[in-house]
Design a protein around this ligand. Structure first.
Ligand SMILES: C[S@@+](CC[C@H](N)C(=O)[O-])C[C@H]1O[C@@H](n2cnc3c(N)ncnc32)[C@H](O)[C@@H]1O
Length: 260
């Protein structure tokens, strides 16, 4: 990717970031309505909490949550005794995070910033969930995160929403869920879609595959990567939801981990 001043069809990278911020400022009002964004069933929250505890250093480690949004990871981490800094580009998303943290009486530091410019610090870990697909320069951004945690750990939490890069059985279930949704017509996850111009600036706009993320991390200053499928979370999402959801399953969740 080019620098912030490079132009692309008359649109600079700075303009694209401004458009992305605008999208999320609007999405903030309804983002948490989607159960895949903000799962509220106790069993799902507990599975996510256990997964984070397993993947991260012991609390009270300092954790930087990049693209924290309305705070799903940040709140779970703070509740487990981590010292959390939540960073995001969107004022609207961070406002929701602030409200939720206050309601739960959790203390979370907030940094409103582009992911390419992480807050200064010597964090024990950097985490993200569902941010990579919307970064114009994922390689440069990962390199910048290393400077915020020179001796720390990287935990990237992603999902195979588009079916790209999944196994044949997972792809079959992906298509079956798409067919079922034609009939069930669930509420959309977002208020709208990114424009073509934003999408054209994002190398992983279709959702990165595990292979792509491992390669990206291993080419970055984080070095050797580990990949884990988050089956406990997938189980907690479908358990108790009935026969059809049990058969259709949910999209694969996975994490790429690097550093110490
Ligand atoms: C799909 S949401 C994920 C939010 C949260 N991590 C979660 O798991 O619910 C993507 C988030 O990334 C933020 N974001 C998008 N581009 C960003 C950038 N360049 N720098 C920082 N945050 C960004 C958006 O504002 C939004 O809050």
């Amino acid at each position: 990717m080019g620098s912030a001043d490079d132009t692309d069809g008359g649109k600079t990278e700075t303009d694209v970031i401004a458009d992305i911020r605008g999208f999320w400022d609007v999405d903030a009002a309804t983002y948490d309505n989607s159960p895949s964004h903000y799962p509220q069933r106790p069993q799902e929250q507990a599975a996510w909490a256990a997964t984070l505890r397993r993947l991260l250093p012991d609390p009270p480690a300092t954790v930087l949550d990049m693209g924290a949004g309305t705070g799903f990871l940040s709140l779970l981490l703070a509740a487990q005794g981590y010292e959390v800094t939540a960073a995001d580009i969107s004022t609207g998303m961070l406002a929701r995070l602030r409200e939720k943290a206050a309601a739960l009486q959790l203390s979370i530091r907030i940094a409103e910033t582009d992911a390419a410019h992480p807050p200064e610090g010597d964090f024990a870990a950097v985490v993200e969930r569902h941010l990579l697909w919307t970064l114009p320069d994922p390689a440069g951004t990962l390199a910048a995160w290393r400077t915020a945690a020179p001796a720390g750990r990287l935990v990237l939490i992603e999902g195979s929403w588009s079916g790209r890069g999944t196994s044949a059985p997972d792809l079959l279930r992906h298509h079956a869920r798409a067919l079922a949704d034609l009939i069930r017509r669930p509420e959309p996850d977002h208020h709208g879609h990114y424009s073509g111009r934003i999408r054209a600036a994002l190398p992983y706009q279709a959702g990165p595959t595990p292979n792509e993320v491992v390669a990206l991390v291993e080419a970055s200053p984080w070095g050797r990567a580990r990949l884990e499928r988050l089956r406990d979370v997938e189980w907690a999402v479908t358990a108790g939801r009935g026969l059809l959801d049990g058969l259709l399953g949910t999209h694969p969740r996975w994490a790429v981990i690097a550093g110490s």
